[in-house]
Design a protein around this ligand. Structure first.
Ligand code: 6U4
Ligand code: NA
Ligand code: NA
Length: 156
């Protein structure tokens, strides 16, 4: 089996708005993204998702629900990226800017897909309408999406 890197991604959906962060450094710099990062040794995927959300936005989720698994295949990296997507509607604290992310709220109709990963418009609509999903996305040159498959599933 190919090696996989486990990552988390948390999307907060509150009062008809979605919280996204402009990534200021590292992978995906210059894109709006949910909050997340690598799962570390000794923590569960859920623990990593909660920790990364707090580190990158300052808020604590109180109703995190796993809703999707996205697998990314890069032509320039033999390691698959398995991103576990979590949906949050309740949280404590106010988002603030961190070294990694500058947060903003967007109406669902104004999600800035032009400044996001190319796969995002393919699955955010599923996430925001209560569905569970699994997808595979194939990228060349890190950012060009060349093919994909995505399906709604019963459980993730
Ligand atoms: P450092 O900078 O070492 O703290 P870390 O925060 O652990 O890194 P990072 O930010 O590089 O990890 O993780 C990448 C983030 O980008 C994860 O939240 C998953 C997310 N991500 C990766 N590919 C994505 C994609 N195609 N669409 C998307 N989010 C993606 O919406
Ligand atoms: Na991160
Ligand atoms: Na991080």
């Amino acid at each position: 089996l190919p090696a996989r890197k486990l990552l988390t991604l948390v999307i907060i959906h509150h009062e008809e708005k979605v919280l996204l962060g402009m990534k200021k450094r590292g992978f995906g710099k210059g894109y709006y993204n949910g909050f997340g990062g690598k799962v570390e040794k000794g923590e569960t995927i859920e623990e990593a998702a909660a920790r990364e959300l707090e580190e990158e936005s300052g808020v604590t989720a109180t109703d995190m629900e796993k809703r999707g698994i996205l697998t990314f295949h890069f032509d320039n990296d033999p390691v698959l990226w398995e991103v576990h997507v979590f949906y949050v509607t309740k949280f404590l604290g106010d988002p603030y800017e961190t070294e990694e992310m500058a947060p903003s709220w967007f109406s669902v109709a104004d999600i800035p897909y032009d400044t996001m990963w190319a796969d995002d418009p393919l699955w955010y609509p599923l996430l925001l309408t209560g569905q569970r999903f699994k997808g595979d996305f194939f990228f060349t040159n890190t950012t060009t999406l060349t093919s994909h498959s995505i399906g709604v599933v019963e459980s993730v």
